[in-house]
Unconditional design. Structure first.
Length: 134
């Protein structure tokens, strides 16, 4: 079954010093299915890589290899958020609009959310949105 993929999961894949069973589970799920992401995901992933290159946490060459690998996964970009629902979630759950975009997508599609973000996990539970890895 498809799921919504948050950048925090992708960062866990990219950086050798990060590991979480939820990230590994999401990667296994992608072998058999696809993930959905809001349009901002593309920018967030690349920003995370560049910021961590500056911190010397990852080399540019490894970022490029990682992006090539990421492009082989079946990740579908959703360009049609429900603005009213998104803003309502951001306001009621005290999320950034960016984080609310992931939650809105999962709620709208009635699929699970894969995230390591504590605030987003809390909001997903409050909204009865299932989570990859519980």
């Amino acid at each position: 079954m498809p799921f919504v993929l948050d950048t925090s999961i992708v960062a866990c894949w990219a950086f050798e010093d990060e590991e979480d069973p939820r990230a590994q589970l999401a990667l296994r799920e992608l072998r058999d299915d696809h993930a959905l992401v809001p349009a901002l995901w593309w920018f967030e992933v690349r920003n995370s890589l560049v910021m961590n290159e500056r911190r010397k946490r990852i080399m540019e060459s490894k970022s490029n290899v990682f992006l090539r690998h990421l492009s082989t996964l079946e990740i579908v970009v959703d360009f049609d958020p429900n603005e009213t629902a998104l803003l309502s979630l951001a306001r009621s759950r005290r999320l950034s609009v960016y984080d609310a975009a992931y939650l809105e997508l999962a709620a709208r599609k009635r699929i699970a959310l894969a995230t390591l973000d504590r605030d987003l996990v809390r909001a997903a539970r409050a909204e009865k949105v299932s989570l990859i890895g519980g």
